[in-house]
Design a protein around this ligand. Structure first.
Ligand SMILES: [Ca+2]
Ligand SMILES: [Ca+2]
Length: 327
């Protein structure tokens, strides 16, 4: 995120240092009073680490607001994508923002009323099939039941069927279905038919976000683009991937769709692309960012992952987890 040789960059670093110093000073006061016990020092270091992570979040927010002034699109090579490493008294901290909407938001399959959106569920089903997951039909049915509000078993993909409480409550360690969108993607591991191998296979392509979210084509992997619609030709996907850089990135949704249409098999496929791939499904902007932070202080290390949501100039932290650090 640090831009070399720029006044703007220096101003931002100054803001960062002020927030960081505030965090360090407040930690230092307590620190000086408790030098007697090493354990206490470690605990305080982790408090300082937590304060520093808030500072990194604030720094990331400044970058994400600044970014809006430059272009409407979000793409690789923009300032916010660059890792920042800043030395502080007694250590350093490192922050890296990534586009969380490079992945498909699995919560899209359930609408606000807790009911199934079949088009979106079909996209997840398509991904499972493309990844050669054998029991794809059973798994997507079980995911639907896990997230839909009702408690009746999903049977639309015969012979496959989903699973509601009547299945999970008979397990050796019983639990209930969530009947709501996922809070974290890791919840998928609880769903019938899922196992660690399958979970690890799908994980790189999925995320769980609180609101309906389009993917950002400027960052998405080929599997994520391909799951959206069967009319997107492999050559169109190759072209999108080729343009995932600062120079060639798509600057608008219409520009992106025109490019996908260029490769359509016929005019009816082209029309379907225009109709299906709205800016609610695939776009060139990012609303959700994942911030991976690490604070090194004396001998301790604090890691955190935060999900930041950007709407116009408002940036809010939607989720934060200490000790985790995932791409
Ligand atoms: Ca349900
Ligand atoms: Ca159900």
């Amino acid at each position: 995120m640090i831009k070399k040789n720029a006044k703007q960059g220096i101003a931002l670093i100054t803001v960062l240092l002020i927030t960081a110093i505030t965090a360090i000073i407040s930690g230092q006061i307590i620190n000086n009073q408790n030098r007697t016990s090493q354990r206490t020092v470690q605990l305080i270091n982790s408090d300082q680490g937590i304060l520093s992570i808030w500072s990194i979040e604030n720094f990331a927010k400044i970058y994400l607001v600044k970014d809006l002034e430059k272009s409407q699109a979000d793409f690789p090579g923009e300032d916010w994508t660059i890792q920042v490493a800043v030395p502080i008294d007694g250590g350093s901290f490192v922050g890296k923002l990534v586009d969380e909407t490079a992945k498909y938001n699995i919560n899209n399959i359930i609408n606000k009323e807790g009911k199934l959106n079949p088009i979106e569920a079909n996209r997840v089903y398509r991904l499972l099939q493309k990844l050669d997951i054998e029991n794809a039909g059973e798994i997507i049915s079980a995911i639907i039941d896990w997230m839909d509000k009702d408690t009746s078993v999903y049977r639309e993909l015969r012979p496959h069927r989903g699973a509601e409480d009547n299945y999970y409550t008979t397990l050796e360690k019983p639990y209930r279905t969530a009947n709501r969108p996922l809070l974290e993607l890791t919840e998928l591991r609880l769903v019938k038919g899922m196992n660690p191998k399958i979970y690890n296979k799908v994980k790189p392509f999925l995320t769980a976000l609180p609101t309906y979210t389009p993917i950002n084509a400027n960052f998405a992997k080929s599997e994520v683009i391909a799951m959206l619609d069967d009319n997107i030709q492999p050559d169109a996907i190759s072209e999108i991937l080729r343009r995932q850089n600062k120079k060639l990135a798509f600057q608008s949704h219409s520009q992106l769709i025109r490019e996908i249409q260029t490769y359509a098999l016929d005019s009816s496929a082209s029309n379907r692309i225009a109709k299906t791939l709205t800016a609610n499904v695939i776009d060139v902007k990012t609303q959700y960012f994942r911030l991976n932070s690490t604070v090194y202080l004396d001998k301790s290390k604090t890691r955190a992952t935060s999900i930041l949501y950007r709407k116009n100039k408002d940036i809010t932290v939607k989720w934060r987890s200490f000790g985790l650090w995932e791409q």
